[in-house]
Design a protein around this ligand. Structure first.
Ligand SMILES: [Zn+2]
Length: 143
């Protein structure tokens, strides 16, 4: 009987070694919070926005919105070719190949006027080419 027990008691020793590392209890570092966190994170779910990754994502969202606001105000003069929106649109074209601006706008959830402004600038800089479908609809292609 003693043997069986000691055999069972071996299991928690071997398995959790890895588990303990993963689920090490950590507490939220926000002053006055002290809630324990998931998966050893530095912040609890209430303070998740302090997580560096979340900060970066939020930063990128703000940047994206600022860039688009500028295009709405200034049209093609507001286009930042090095910006996150420009990169997003160019990546989209590279991945999907030929696309109409309407479809691009819809699939990327960007207003069509904004897409048009970017495409106009990209075309000027020869980053994209424009073509037409048999029905005369303009399509954007990789340059
Ligand atoms: Zn917290």
């Amino acid at each position: 009987m003693k043997n069986v027990n000691s055999q069972f008691s071996m299991t928690p020793h071997t398995v959790p070694r890895f588990d303990i590392k993963r689920h090490q209890t950590k507490y939220c570092t926000i002053e006055g919070c002290g809630k324990f966190t998931r998966a050893g994170k530095t912040f609890c779910s209430n303070h998740i926005e302090h997580q560096p990754y979340v900060q970066r994502v939020l930063g990128r969202i703000a940047e994206r919105e600022d860039e688009m606001a500028l295009v709405i105000r200034k049209g093609t003069r507001g286009v930042d070719v090095q910006g996150v929106v420009a990169k997003e649109i160019l990546d989209y074209i590279r991945v999907h190949g030929e696309r109409t601006t309407s479809k691009m706008a819809k699939e990327m959830s960007i207003e069509k006027d904004i897409v048009m402004a970017y495409i106009t600038v990209f075309k000027r800089r020869r980053l994209v080419r424009l073509g037409k479908t048999s029905r005369g609809i303009i399509v954007v292609k990789v340059a």
